[in-house]
Design a protein around this ligand. Structure first.
Ligand code: DOR
Ligand code: ZN
Ligand code: ZN
Length: 423
């Protein structure tokens, strides 16, 4: 398969390139990047007026298979990823069974081999994510996991987590941490303060996240494990990350679009599509998160794509499960709320959504120089469009962003030189 992408604005942070250039792709690899490439090709993609960037990489996707196929499957989740400009996604292990063994890792990789984008499984830290006994981290590493995580919760037993981090350090696996001190969560996952008061519960204070974030940074310093903090939502977490990095921790951090687009004033307690874990925070937190992104303290933007079926989400705010889908809205929300609002430039956004995730995963992706895998997204950033949750490719459409007017429409997604999504 020979493909030429013509006349796009090629942005490749790995080389600093930002120019109108053609890209020639053959056998799944980028073979030439230059002005006006004239070559025989099986397909020509006209990217005039669009940006041509390394395919997005999501460090935090819930694909739900095995076990919760009514919410999402590996196939449908990968279709949603392709529609969102993602070419690689990391699959969280809170499935049924949990991804806690080499067998389940192999099951996921087998299914993913037929799917539209690259899938990298993440292994659970403990067996069944029960927090009692370590999973076979070494065996899962051999089977192909990219990281370990207990996402959905924290490993509350610090001694056990320390042991897991020692193994992770030895196996050269990053540890993706969901920070939540469960004993401090009161009644419902909703921000403590006026929203929690309105629901008659104590809710989730910033401390719930911060106390585990600081613990985990400490464990990372003690063990030498690479720690990646998932879905940071509090203003204090930005400070702790900065201090941890300054203090020599092998530390990276991600923020999800819902945590920098939404403030607690925007939450409609009649709509459980505003319920996610961690919860939407205050305006002050959101400003601190956006400044953390601006100042380079935060490394990545991830989705925490968490599909749930409509009847599950319809149980009311107190009883509905946490989470929203994100793969098909992440780029546009990030471009609209971070780049258009002047917090960061486009190059930095591409770094946060592709290059930095690739570095965290230690892959050669996130770079569309000559010789690299042809994982590419072609995106129109000039024309506004309305998010329509009924057009999602995901099996679920639990999103609070229906009807939002945004910029950054994905036109084409290319994985290993093959067009896997056409708008
Ligand atoms: O909102 C969330 N949903 N946060 C999590 O940590 C887990 C996720 C899920 O699996 O639904
Ligand atoms: Zn989580
Ligand atoms: Zn998650």
């Amino acid at each position: 398969m020979k493909l030429i992408i013509k006349n796009g604005r090629y942005i490749n942070p790995a080389t600093g390139a930002d120019d109108i250039l053609d890209v020639y792709v053959e056998d799944g690899l980028v073979k030439e990047v230059a002005k006006n490439i004239e070559k025989d090709a099986d397909k020509i993609e006209d990217a005039t007026g669009c940006i041509v960037i390394p395919g997005l990489i999501d460090l935090h996707t819930h694909l739900r298979e095995p076990g919760f196929e009514h919410k999402e499957t590996i196939k449908s989740g990968c279709e949603a990823a392709a529609a969102g400009g993602y070419t690689t996604i990391c699959a969280m292990p809170n499935t049924k069974p949990a991804c806690d063994s080499a067998d389940t890792v192999k099951y996921i990789l087998d299914k993913a081999a037929q799917a539209k984008v690259n899938v990298l499984p993440i292994g659970a830290v403990t067996k069944g994510q029960q927090g009692k006994e370590l999973a076979d981290i070494k065996g899962m590493k051999e089977a192909g996991i990219c990281a370990i995580s207990e996402d959905g919760k924290s490993v509350m037993d610090a001694a056990l987590y320390k042991e897991a981090m020692e193994i992770a350090a030895k196996e050269k696996l990053p540890v993706f941490a969901h920070c939540e001190e469960i004993t401090m969560v009161k009644g419902c996952v909703v921000n403590a303060g006026k929203l929690a008061d309105a629901l008659g519960v104590g809710g989730v204070s910033n401390d719930v996240e911060d106390v585990i974030a600081t613990r985990d940074i400490g464990l990372s310093l003690m063990t030498g494990a690479r720690l990646h903090l998932c879905h940071c939502s509090t203003k204090e977490s930005v400070n702790y990350i900065k201090k941890g990095k300054d203090g020599g921790a092998l530390l990276t951090a991600e923020i999800c679009p819902h945590h920098f687009v939404l403030t607690e004033d925007m939450v409609d307690l009649k709509d459980s599509n505003y319920k996610m874990n961690p919860p939407v925070r205050t305006r002050e937190d959101v400003e601190a998160l956006k400044n953390g992104i601006k100042e380079g303290i935060i490394d990545a933007i991830s989705t925490d794509h968490a599909p749930h079926a409509k009847d599950e989400k319809d149980k009311g705010f107190l009883n509905a499960p946490c989470g929203i889908v994100g793969l098909e809205t992440a780029f546009a929300l990030s471009y609209t709320y971070l780049v258009k609002e002047g917090y960061i430039d486009l190059k930095r956004l591409v770094e946060m959504m592709s290059c930095n995730p690739a570095k965290i995963l230690e892959t050669d992706k996130g770079d569309i120089s000559v010789g690299k895998p042809a994982d590419i997204a072609i995106i129109d950033i000039d024309n506004a469009y309305k998010i329509d949750i009924n057009k999602f490719h995901s099996k679920s459409n639990n999103s609070p962003f229906d009807g939002y007017e945004v910029f950054g429409k994905i036109k084409r997604t290319i994985v290993n030189g093959n067009v896997v999504y056409e708008a």
